[in-house]
Design a protein around this ligand. Structure first.
Ligand code: HEM
Length: 504
């Protein structure tokens, strides 16, 4: 036996003997470190030689440590790293011990649709309170079903007709604001941060629909909420990556006070016998059909905050990306404008006249194919020891279903996969095949509860922008995308010259 190993062995033997014969502080400390060291060595040995995941390719370091993953998350770049790993190692990649990522279509269908894997239990680290889940973070399928049933009325097609006028009024504010900016006589060619203003509009929509009234961010230009929301996204991702930081990085009390005041005012309004038909009212009135139970005050607060977080960057990012792609492809822009010619001369078109426009829907689909908001993939957990499309994973393995990869797969979408081709959605026969591998709003029981709500908002906002204005991009700008819980522009700004159209 070589000298160092012999020395280590005899030290361990001596320490164990001594600890059992004489308990001194020094012996206990030594035993503590020896135990940790032994555990680490065993873990290393296990992950490299014994783990059932040992055959799955991936960077060597990722087999025994999650440091490479943790280091990337706080910078918002984990999604591009996932893509690099898939191109280097293939469809199944081990990204950390006990953590595997899949990008082949069969595996993704199994995870999302056929077996409907539960969400990853580590998601509790992004919750306001780690012990109280929201609809988005619920991991227990039975509780999730119950909560979903409770909230689904608020997003039903019937109920959405109450919501449309609220969305309209926010889009109208956007159009009025852009019109006033573009008519500013002091400026020859006014420049607008279109990304910022779309983000503000999406927040105003959530204000109107879930907080009792627009936050008026588009009109007034400033409100603490957008910054608070983006800081809260980062805080949650950092706490999820380093859970011990949760004790130091507390949620900003501003959001809590702001939301609780709105809920209190609504309760007072209800006590006077007045109601406003919106999502907040639905949360207050929601009763489980079977148990008759409603939501607690904390649940109402937390669910409202979740709507702000889930519903602002997502719709803003998608509307912005659709506009960008159209501006980069003037020929497609023109096709869509021709489709809009069939509409009445309303400044803000009604959803009824937009929802069946085939080219508009094709543009939105193609945008969400190229830029799905779940750029970082769907996070799930293996519910039992099982095979995922032939790859064995033990119970509890953390799984990522890489939606970005599947939306960029040549096998499914063809050689022009990286191109913006709305036309691929116009062929009815082909469309059903494409839809099988299209997950912009997730899938199965965890499909986005606000899918119809969001599509309504995107259709109305995009149509109103194009019908009323002409845009020219300011050259030389960065489109760097960061992904925390949802994607956004790193700079939070993208400038365009804007001019009002005379006719449409
Ligand atoms: C373009 C807009 C949007 C997109 C692309 C989008 C996408 C998604 C996706 C992919 C999921 C599933 C995540 C997973 O399975 O891990 C999801 C879930 C969810 N989304 Fe959206 N979303 C959008 C807008 C909204 C809006 C406006 C709201 C709220 C007002 C919202 C609320 C939710 C909630 C509560 C869930 C959890 C549903 C559940 O687990 O049952 N989303 N969304």
């Amino acid at each position: 036996m070589s000298e160092p190993i012999f020395l280590l062995k005899s030290t361990i033997q001596r320490t164990i003997q001594n600890t059992f014969t004489q308990i001194t502080p020094l012996n206990l400390i030594t035993l503590f470190f020896v135990t940790i060291f032994t555990k680490l060595v065993y873990k290393l040995f296990y992950e490299i030689y014994l783990s059932p995941l040992k055959h799955i390719p991936g960077p060597k370091a990722c087999a025994f440590t999650d440091v490479p993953l943790r280091m990337r998350r706080p910078y918002g770049h984990v999604y591009s790293w996932y893509q690099e790993l898939h191109s280097q190692y293939g469809n199944v990649v081990r990204v950390a011990p006990g953590f595997v990522m899949f990008s082949n279509k069969e595996a993704i269908r199994q995870i999302m649709i056929e077996d409907q894997f539960p969400k990853n239990t580590a998601i509790k680290n992004i919750q306001t309170n780690p012990n109280v889940p929201t609809l988005f973070t619920m991991t227990d399928p039975t509780f999730h079903k119950q909560r979903r049933r409770l909230l689904s009325h608020a997003f039903s097609v019937k109920y959405l007709s109450n919501i449309e006028p609220l969305i309209h009024s926010c889009v109208e504010s956007l159009v009025n604001k852009l019109a006033s900016l573009s008519n500013d006589n002091d400026l020859k060619s006014p420049v607008v941060n279109i990304y910022g203003i779309l983000q503000s509009m999406a927040l105003d929509v959530i204000g109107e629909t879930a907080f009792g009234g627009s936050f008026n961010i588009v009109e007034q230009g400033n409100h603490p909420l957008p910054k608070k929301v983006s800081d809260e996204f980062k805080r949650r991702v950092i706490c999820a990556t380093f859970p011990f930081l949760r004790h130091f990085k507390k949620q900003d009390p501003w959001t809590q006070n702001f939301t609780n005041n709105i809920i209190r005012e609504r309760r007072e309004m209800n006590a006077r016998g007045e109601k406003r038909m919106d999502l907040l009212q639905m949360l207050l009135d929601a009763r489980d059909e079977e148990t008759g139970e409603g939501l607690s005050d904390f649940d109402i607060y937390d669910q409202s905050v979740e709507f702000v977080m889930a519903g602002s960057d997502t719709t803003a990012f998608t509307t912005f990306m659709a506009l960008m792609l159209l501006l980069h492809h003037p020929e497609k822009f023109r096709v869509l404008m021709t489709e809009f010619n069939s509409l009445s001369s309303d400044k803000i078109p009604r959803h009824e006249s937009l929802k069946h426009l085939t080219y508009l829907n094709a543009v939105i689909n193609e945008t969400m194919r190229l830029w799905p908001v779940a750029t970082g993939g769907f996070s799930r957990e293996a519910p039992k020891d099982m095979a995922i499309n032939g790859t064995f994973v033990p119970k509890g393995t953390q799984i990522i279903a890489s939606v970005y990869s599947i939306h960029h797969s040549k096998e499914i979408w063809g050689a022009d996969v990286e191109e913006f081709v709305p036309e691929r959605w116009l062929n009815e026969k082909n469309k059903s095949n494409l839809n099988r591998h299209f997950y912009p709003f997730g899938g199965g029981s965890r499909l986005c509860i606000a899918m119809n709500f969001s599509l309504m908002e995107i259709r109305i906002a995009l149509a109103a922008l194009m019908i009323n204005f002409e845009f020219d991009m300011v050259k030389g700008q960065d489109l760097e995308i960061v992904h925390y819980l949802t994607p956004s522009l790193k700079t939070k700004r993208f400038d365009v010259h804007v001019r009002q159209r005379n006719t449409h």
